[in-house]
Structure formats: structure tokens, C-alpha cells
Write a protein that binds this ligand. Sequence first.
Ligand SMILES: Nc1nc2c([nH]c(=O)n2[C@H]2C[C@H](O)[C@@H](COP(=O)(O)OP(=O)(O)OP(=O)(O)O)O2)c(=O)[nH]1
Length: 124
Amino acid sequence: MLKVACGIIYKGDEIFIGRRKEGKSMAGKWEFPGGKVEENESKKSALIRELREELGMAVNVHEKLGTNIHAYDAFTINLVAYRCSFISAKFDLTDHDKFEWVLPYNLKNYDLAEADIPLINLLL
Ligand SMILES: Nc1nc2c([nH]c(=O)n2[C@H]2C[C@H](O)[C@@H](COP(=O)(O)OP(=O)(O)OP(=O)(O)O)O2)c(=O)[nH]1
């Protein structure tokens, strides 16, 4: 099972989402940024590393908000979401072609990766 850590990154009341760019798996889908947890790496360290690599972003990582196990056709993902607070970012996008800050009740209007959809309910 693929272990992925993602951040529910708050700036005030709004949450950061990014759209996966052309050429990536699930291109065009919106997601909470993060990525695969490597061997011998904690989920929180993976999250901090991925946010730095993908967005030049620094955050404080807080508690685990929830987990969703989802079976895509090709693989099953264990997606673990952590509440984060935004510190700073360069926003030099490497994996996304667009990003937005959205209020939780607006998340349902975005075409999110399937594994992320149940996580929305944890935020309302
Ligand atoms: N980062 C992130 N990945 C997610 C979310 N929801 C979801 O299904 N995923 C999937 C997409 C990818 O298959 C995997 C995360 O891997 P990744 O984005 O680090 O993948 P990668 O750089 O190696 O690129 P790729 O091979 O998937 O194109 O988890 C989410 O909210 N955030």
C-alpha cells in the first residue's frame, strides 16, 4: 500500500490546494500537497520535505486530522492528513500548475483526487 502524507495547510481560515500538473499521475486533480513517505522516513518528515521540494513552502505541522484508505484501479493509497499552519513559501511550482486558498465549505466545488474527498468532511 502506498503511504502518502498530505498537509491541510491553513492561512487564517483558508486552506491551500494545488492542481496536479500535466504529465503527473492524476493530472488536473486538486489535492492537499504532500507526497510519498519513503522507507525510514516519518510521515511528518516526508510532509515537510515534500512541501519544501514542491512549493518552497515552510509550515508548522500539527496533529493528524485523519486517514483515508482508498483503492484506485492501479494501487491502494493510505493518505494521512496533518493540520499545518502556513509560514512562508516561494510558490515555485514543480508538481502543480495552479494553486488556491479556499474556505473549507468551498472544497466540494473542486475536482479533488478521489482519496481526498472523504477528508473534506473532517474540515467542516
Ligand atoms: N500529494 C498528494 N498526493 C495524493 C493526494 N491524494 C492522492 O490520491 N494522491 C496520490 C497521487 C499520487 O499517486 C500519490 C502521491 O505521490 P506524489 O505526488 O508524491 O507522486 P510523485 O511525485 O512520485 O509523482 P507521480 O509518480 O504520482 O506522478 O498519491 C493528495 O491529497 N496529496
